[in-house]
Ligand binder design. Structure first.
Ligand code: TYD
Length: 241
């Protein structure tokens, strides 16, 4: 399998076509951005931590019966994925109130949301990712009612699997963002599941273990990413994985 040409370049990842039309190569770059691109840096080694964690979670989800685009790890910051037709939705699952939901609604930071809250944004830089509702999603032709039901059910199932996994390692999954695509008629998880796309809090100290460290200058971003990757890839404390 040979990398051919650049298909798409985002804020922190680049996707390449290969000589196999069904397989793409995804590179996790060392770039990090926040606030709609308003804050930007390059942190040597960051791409690799996000690739490791994403690859691990994709494999773990597959083991739990959830289809993802993951095929194989190629290099430390590079994975091979199934080519999908991406659906331009950012599907955010929230277990604890933090970030934009606290800024925009009368929730207290740290308030538990039970049942979890799903928020779906339109992935469109030109429109600054506005929040959608089901009717807007249908009217814009982004997904059918059947597809949207499936996307929400998959998002909640993934939330259960990941929350339990992280909880056993002393980490609260506060919220996270998923993207989905179509492979023939099948809905498949795409993009990444990493410290850039999750909000993670240490259960004991409440410390941020994710991109909030970068957003709000809470500490050493690389050290945080390295530490959380190690915790995620290791067996749980006091038990076997
Ligand atoms: P949210 O609280 O909506 O945004 P902000 O980062 O402005 O506080 O984010 C909820 C979760 O979704 C958080 O874990 C980060 C993730 N996310 C992304 O990965 N990309 C995005 O474009 C957005 C809006 C959120």
């Amino acid at each position: 399998m040979k990398q051919v040409d650049l298909l798409y370049t985002g804020k922190a990842k680049s996707v390449y076509r290969t000589d196999d039309p069904d397989v793409y190569i995804m590179k996790f770059r060392d770039d990090i951005t926040a606030f709609d691109g308003g804050k930007k840096d390059t942190l040597g080694g960051k791409g690799r931590y996000n690739a490791e964690v994403s690859s691990f979670f994709f494999r773990y989800l597959e083991e739990n019966g959830i289809r993802t685009h993951y095929l194989a790890s190629v290099e430390p910051a590079v994975i091979a994925v199934r080519g999908l037709t991406m659906i331009p939705l950012e599907v955010i699952v929230r277990n604890v109130a933090a970030g934009s939901i606290v800024r925009n609604y009368p929730f207290r930071e740290g308030e538990v949301l039970d049942p979890p809250v799903i928020v779906i944004d339109y992935k469109s830089d030109a429109h600054h990712d506005p929040m959608l509702n089901d009717d807007l999603i249908y009217a814009l032709g982004l997904a059918t009612p059947e597809e949207l039901d499936q996307i929400k059910a998959m998002a909640l199932a993934i939330n259960e699997v990941l929350s339990e996994y992280l909880d056993a390692r002393g980490i609260t999954l506060v919220d996270f963002k998923l993207e989905f695509g179509r492979s023939n008629a099948e809905i498949v998880v795409g993009d990444e599941i990493s410290m850039d796309s999750m909000r993670l809090w240490d259960k004991e100290t409440g410390a941020s273990l994710d991109k909030d460290v970068y957003r709000f200058n809470k500490g050493d971003v690389l050290e945080t990413y390295a530490g959380v990757a190690k915790r995620i890839l290791a067996p749980p404390k006091g038990g076997s994985a």
